[in-house]
Design a protein around this ligand. Sequence first.
Ligand SMILES: Nc1ncnc2c1ncn2[C@@H]1O[C@H](COP(=O)(O)OP(=O)(O)OP(=O)(O)O)[C@@H](O)[C@H]1O
Ligand code: NI
Length: 306
Amino acid sequence: MKEKSILTVDDLVVSFHMYKGLFRKERLEVVHSLSLDVNRGEIVAVVGSSGSGKSLLAHAIMGLLPDNAAVSGRICYDGKELTQKTRKALLGKKMTFIPQSVDYLDPVMKVGKQVIGVYSTKERQEELFEKYKLPKETEEMYPFQLSGGMARRVLVSSAVTEMPQLLIADEPTPGLGIEMAMDTLKHFREIADQGAGVLLITHDIDLAFSVADRIAVFYAGTILESAPTEDFLAGAKKLRHPYSKAFISALPQNEFQAMEGVQPHAACLPKGCLFADRCPNVTQECLEEIPMRSLRGGKVRCVHAT
Ligand SMILES: Nc1ncnc2c1ncn2[C@@H]1O[C@H](COP(=O)(O)OP(=O)(O)OP(=O)(O)O)[C@@H](O)[C@H]1O
Ligand code: NI
C-alpha cells in the first residue's frame, strides 16, 4: 500500500506553546500520534466534530501552522519527506489547498489574477469560472466584493487550475448550494480518477459518503478509526470504534441518536483512550495508551474492537 501513497502522515504530533498568565508557558498538545495515508486515485474524507484537529492536520501538511506550533512526526509526499523547501516546489501546482476560511484570499489582488497565480493561464481561469458559475465580471473583483459562496468557488478554482497530484480540501462546500457542492465533489472525483490523491475534510457527511473511498474519523486531536466508505454506509454494525458507531447512529438517516457528553479539551486529556469517559464499553485496559491497529480492512484505536 505504502508505495502507492501520495501522502503519508506518520505519528504527527502538534502542540502549541501558550502563555498561562504573564510568565508561565504551557504546552498544549492538540494533535496526538496521528497517522494517515492517502493513495493515488483515492479520496479520503476526514470527518469529526468541531475542534477535533482536522484543519490543523491540513495546515501541518501545507506548512501553514503558526510560529507558536511545535510539530513532530513525518509527513511525506510521494515517499519523500516534506520540508519547507520541498513544499515550495510543490505548492500551487502538484500540491494544492482549499482553506476552510475564505480569508486566505489576497484582499488586495483581483480574484481573476489570484486564480491564474504563478502557473496557470487566462484561458484556464475563464474555463474554471464558467464551470464554477462565476460571472465573467468576477475576474475584476476584489475578495471583499464576493459573497461567501463566490469566494469559496474562487478558492476551489485556484486549487484545480493545474492537475494537482495531491489536493487538500478543508471544508470546500459550505455556501455552495447542494448542486454546486455535488459538482465540486464530482470534479474532485475526476481529479482522483486521473491518479491524484484527495484529502477531503468535511462536515457534510452525505457528500463524503457519496464520493470518498475511505473515511477517517477524528476525535480530540487524533483518528479513532479509518475504514472503507462501504463500512460507514452499512451503519454502526460494520464499524470498529464505539465513537464512530455513535457518530453514525447520530445521523438523521440512521437512528438520530444523540451522544451524551463532549470531547475532552486538549488541556485535560486522559492518558488512555480519548473516548473513555463517554464509552459504554470502558474497562481498566482503556486507561492505558491505545495504539492504532489494523482490523477488518480498516484501522482502529480501541482495545475492544472486533
Ligand atoms: N493557533 C492556535 N493556538 C492554540 N490552539 C489552537 C490554535 N489553532 C487551533 N487550536 C486548537 O486546536 C484544536 C483543533 O482545531 P482545528 O481548527 O484543527 O479543528 P477542526 O477539527 O478543523 O474544527 P472545525 O470542524 O470547527 O473546523 C482546537 O481546539 C483549537 O482551539
Ligand atoms: Ni477546521
